[in-house]
Design a protein around this ligand. Sequence first.
Ligand code: UD1
Ligand code: MG
Length: 458
Amino acid sequence: MNKFAIILAAGKGTRMKSSLYKVLHHVCGKAMVEHVVSQVEKSGVKEIVTIVGHGANDVKDLMKDRCVYALQEEQLGTGHAVKQAKSFLGDKDGITIVLCGDTPLIQAETIEKAMAYHLEKQAKATILTAIADDPTGYGRVIRDGNGHVLKNVEHKDATEEERLIKEINTGTYVFDNRALFEALEYVNNDNAQGEYYLPDVLEILKNNQEIVTAYQMDSLEESLGVNDRVALQQANVLMRKRINEQHMRNGVTLIDANATYIDSDVQIGSDTIIEPNVYLKGKTVIGQNCFIGMNSELVDMTLENHITVKSSCLEKSYIHSFSDIGPMAHIRPNTILHERVHVGNFVEVKNTTIGNDTKMGHLTYVGDATLGERINVGCGTVVVNYDGKNKHHSTIGHDSFIGCNANIISPVTIGDGAFIAAGSTITKDVPDNALAIARGKQENKKDYATKLPYAKKD
Ligand code: UD1
Ligand code: MG
């Protein structure tokens, strides 16, 4: 059986009141439409047609060749939107699942079950429904006395009596592909919104004596349609719960799962402990036995095992095992910390590689540099990488000692085993094992302090 999917993503999303197109709004770090595409792919559907209109190029840039795209130039309704896929699918045999790009919580398992149900019932159309305590805004599913689906009525078109119905259209359907495109020819826009409604296809097929069924989902949660920011927040809460439970089942300790914010694609190894108010974003990968302390943000980071991070911001970098970061440290892109590196409080590191066992405990900036192994970088050290116009690179050798408050004016090379005296401003290379002192000499003027204005007079 050929399985196709059509994802509706052409609407502007007026109710979002946003310059960003609706389906591109993020839920747990991923655009809503991408969530839908990922689940469709997981369900084994090979050919996906995404209907684009508003923000077409942005949607295409996001999903590239994971789908083909049909342009809906004017947004005349969901039925009109599906019709735009005709040139791709119109002449094919198989079943087609239609989903909205604004239902990010739908899961592959549900899609598979709905397709199986549809085939088992030999239906031409199956609508996925759910029971909603507050069905306001959703289409209502009208059944006859025997419980058979008759049609869908949109909220705006519904009578007072129909509005009492709690079974809603989730916006997801399975169709016999040919029957879908044939029936779409008969959909009109004679309704409250003047739109071509996709669910009208159900009534058309029903009137042609075809089998139309409903697959009622266990929970409303998966079908949440995001039309405004309130629903966007709800979707985030539900998705977060799903993600966090998955990690906890995999052996990750979350001290407070309601206050831990993990994007969909993040991976975490077992026995890692995560404190509240931690954000793990993008493609972050964390190994086993790590500790991520409160108020930390990790973006596209890779952490090996046994790493401690306390109250710090880390971005697009790689940290090898047994290193520790923070509190209040900032790891900026393209940094590599090798094993047992210590980056302490108020230390910022950018575009720098640091060798095993090197330590920088406090108040340091290291940018555009390569540091060897077993170096001690004293408090207040700055690698001065920027001359106002260009960035320069410095290298610091193994086993060297950088005294407190040193300025390393890049580009320089400091040799292995070198010793930089505290307070030095280093502008020239330092050979291996040399002591470099570059600071004003101290002079003590005898009794001079007593002549100064603030001196104590007796
Ligand atoms: C739709 C259903 C409603 C269902 C609800 C579930 C219709 C007429 N109504 O209503 O029964 O309960 O979803 O969430 O189908 N879109 C296009 N082109 C268009 C119009 C819409 O691509 O011309 C896309 C939108 O980008 C969106 C999706 O279709 O992703 C649904 O459109 P939306 O306007 O959100 O429909 P609802 O009012 O939510
Ligand atoms: Mg909607």
